[in-house]
Design a protein around this ligand. Structure first.
Ligand SMILES: Cc1cc2nc3c(=O)[nH]c(=O)nc-3n(C[C@H](O)[C@H](O)[C@H](O)COP(=O)(O)OP(=O)(O)OC[C@H]3O[C@@H](n4cnc5c(N)ncnc54)[C@H](O)[C@@H]3O)c2cc1C
Length: 408
């Protein structure tokens, strides 16, 4: 089949890899003018590690991992009040890998670029489905027809808006905002992060082993804010307003945000939909079921979703001959097999992580902050600390492995 994918970050290239392995011809259209290399730390855990291994990428992904050592918690004067091992801070179990999103996207692009047609700097403008094709128009390229179209274009998916309706129906604000951007590494951080918590406002800074610069990170609680997603100046103002009068390095980091070429600001949100497929069009990754950055599982859900979706798409000719397409499972489209049925419990288990994680990431009161710092200082001295530490990552590990991967 000829299959069009929108989005070349994690889910898109991973899906392209598996579709070409299954014998399909794939085109990926990406709105950005080139592969977006920047980003932030993301985790590959549980079943997603198995997917990476099946792709033959495990050694390269491990070699590109962030190699973080520790997190330091500082008070308003910059004084260290507690530390935490990096693996524990990231909630990682043995075998899980932390990598910069851009490095992962580059590796996925590298192993697909010879077999996949990548079109950068373009975007789909309309999708019209008829009996045997989806007719697609683009902002730049001439119109084309494809057998299937998949939206792997993230939280604010274009394909979702075109095929399923406006995002207001599906994107749920979790009561927090996140901002991240590059700053000079003025603290000389070496594979470590610094975190400063104030009530309702967390600020931090980290540098991985690959970085010459550092990343500034902000997470704050807030009801929904009104702004235009293309108006970066307004987003900078909203961030500055939220962190007015904050201490530690916050004023300096905010002063540097105007120079950052990769300023990112968004609501921490989840995508919840009853269906991820309609006729010949499907969604995968954040576009379908974004669990939010607070879950720490968006990347893993994307990798696993890509693997399952590609495996579940029956060959059209083989399907027609064997009657697979005629014999449609009730409630499911004929083109995407049991994709939704297999992925939904896994996606939902990972979405459930976000609410609990957020409570620990953005603390509500000074009392909570004092208690968390006290516990972090006490932990290394407690008998049975290993079991307690294991329990922290156990919930994430359970969700990350809550799927059995078929051998397609
Ligand atoms: C600040 C932050 C921190 C995060 N931390 C973690 C973490 O610790 N652990 C973790 O697992 N995950 C984390 N995530 C989530 C993770 O990055 C995503 O879940 C994951 O990247 C999803 O991959 P995706 O390919 O579905 O979507 P995305 O990575 O969002 O990629 C979508 C792609 O589609 C492109 N696109 C958008 N619109 C169009 C269009 N109209 N036409 C064509 N292309 C388009 C975009 O340019 C982009 O390349 C974090 C996310 C953020 C924002």
């Amino acid at each position: 089949m000829e299959i069009l994918i929108s989005g070349a970050s994690v889910a898109g290239p991973a899906l392209a890899y598996w579709l070409t392995r299954h014998g399909h011809r794939v085109t990926v259209v990406e709105r950005a003018g080139a592969l977006r290399e920047g980003g932030y730390k993301v985790d590959i855990r549980g079943a997603a590690v198995d997917v990476i291994q099946k792709m033959g990428l495990l050694d390269q992904v491990r070699a590109a991992s962030t190699d973080m050592r520790m997190a330091r918690f500082v008070n308003g004067d910059g004084k260290q009040v507690a530390t935490m091992d990096a693996e524990l801070f990231g909630g990682r179990s043995s075998g899980d890998i932390e990598i910069m999103r851009g490095d992962l996207a580059r590796l996925l692009h590298e192993i697909t670029e010879d077999d996949v047609e990548y079109v950068f700097g373009d975007s789909i403008t309309s999708l019209t489905e008829d009996a045997d094709k989806v007719r697609v128009t683009f902002e730049q390229a001439p119109a084309r027809a494809f057998d299937l179209v998949v939206g792997a274009d993230g939280l604010h998916s274009n394909v979702r808006a075109l095929a399923f309706g406006p995002e207001e129906r599906y994107v749920h604000h979790l009561g927090h905002y996140i901002s991240i951007f590059s700053v000079p590494n003025h603290r000389g951080l070496d594979r470590e992060e610094m975190m400063h918590a104030a009530p309702g406002r967390t600020a931090g800074m980290y540098a991985t082993r690959q970085m010459t610069e550092a990343k500034a990170l902000f997470m704050f609680s807030s009801p929904e804010l009104a702004y235009d997603r293309r108006d970066v100046e307004r987003q900078r103002d909203l961030l500055a307003e939220a962190y007015r009068d904050q201490r530690w390095d916050v004023p300096r980091l905010l002063a540097e945000m105007g120079d950052a070429p990769d300023f990112y600001f968004d609501a921490i949100s989840q995508v919840r939909m009853d269906r991820w497929t309609t006729g010949r069009i499907a969604l995968v990754g954040d576009a379908a079921c974004c669990p939010s950055p607070a879950s720490g599982q968006g990347t893993s859900v994307s990798l696993v979703g890509a693997y399952v979706l590609a495996g579940e798409i029956p060959g059209v000719l083989a399907g027609e001959r064997s009657g697979v397409l005629a014999d449609e499972t009730p409630g499911q489209g004929p083109f995407f097999g049991a994709y939704e049925e297999i992925m939904r419990p896994f996606a939902e288990a990972n979405q459930k992580l976000a609410a609990g994680n957020l409570k620990g990431m953005v603390l509500r009161s000074r009392g909570q902050i004092r208690f968390q710092m006290f516990m972090l200082r006490l932990l290394p001295r407690l008998p049975g600390k290993d079991a307690m530490i294991r329990r922290v990552s156990e919930g994430i590990h359970r969700a990350a492995t809550a799927i059995g991967l078929k051998d397609y």
